[in-house]
Design a protein around this ligand. Structure first.
Ligand code: GTP
Ligand code: MG
Length: 226
């Protein structure tokens, strides 16, 4: 399979023989209870539970993707609690992200109404260097194993919505039945790789993305602060 999962603790050993390694920070946002954590758990560990434990603040997971025979992509997934839209921390959480998934729950119209707010929040707070474009964002219509409510029933309307609001695409997903998550991720990673100007035959082995090293990166500014 294209995807394989692992814990951050084992990441150093894997993929070392691939010619190119990329590390990207990806945000997973959306209203409370839409299934962000469940999607990540399914994607990374292939598990699902009906038990709801709301995320507090932010959680992390690492997904390793054998993209092609020469490249390994590591996605650092930032699982941001739905309630954070009402807090002040999203700017901090969004920093240096190169892609995002916005999740809504097909059974609750209010969560779809919030999609635009999440997208606006992302666009206002994170931009892609060097030319400050918005980061690519996919829309996930989650819990598609249940009866849908509202515009997500109409595929044409959903396409139109995505075009108008600058999503690179939308996917019906079910963390419960393991539907759509890999397709959505592939689509997003494809766009992230396209956008990565450091890629190519002369690309450094280490990615342009964020560092997972526990120590803070050395200061690049000559501010004199530690
Ligand atoms: P916050 O952390 O509070 O923002 O919520 P979340 O978006 O992380 O939602 P979470 O993954 O915790 O899921 C909320 C509830 O929805 C849980 O009871 C899950 O079992 C359930 N759920 C998640 N995904 C699916 C799905 O695809 N189908 C069904 N039927 N239930 C789901
Ligand atoms: Mg959660």
């Amino acid at each position: 399979t294209l995807f394989r999962s692992e814990d951050t603790s084992t990441m150093a050993e894997d993929g070392d023989d691939a010619a190119n390694e990329y590390l990207y920070k990806v945000l997973v946002v959306g209203d409370i209870g839409t299934g962000k954590t469940s999607i990540i758990k399914r994607f990374v560990h292939n598990i699902f539970s009906m038990h709801y434990k709301s995320t507090i603040g932010v959680d992390f997971a690492l997904k390793v993707i054998n993209w092609d025979e020469n490249s390994v992509v590591r996605l650092q997934l930032w699982d941001i609690a739905g309630q954070e839209r009402f807090g002040n921390m999203t700017r901090v959480y969004y920093k240096e992200a190169v892609g995002a998934m916005v999740v809504f729950d097909v059974t609750r119209v209010t969560t779809f109404e919030a999609v635009q707010k999440w997208k606006n929040d992302i666009d206002a707070k994170v931009l892609l260097p060097p030319d400050n474009r918005p980061i690519p964002v996919v829309l996930l219509a989650n819990k598609c194993d249940l009866a849908k409510e509202g515009i997500c029933e109409d595929k044409r309307q959903m396409d139109k919505f995505c075009e108008e609001h600058g999503f690179i695409g939308w996917f019906e997903t079910s963390a419960k039945d393991d539907l759509g998550i890999e397709d959505a991720s592939k689509h997003l990673v494809g766009k992230i790789l396209e956008n990565d100007t450091t890629r190519g035959s002369n690309a450094p082995k280490k990615p342009s993305g964020v560092s997972l090293d526990a120590r803070p990166a050395p200061q690049q500014k000559d501010s004199g602060c530690c």
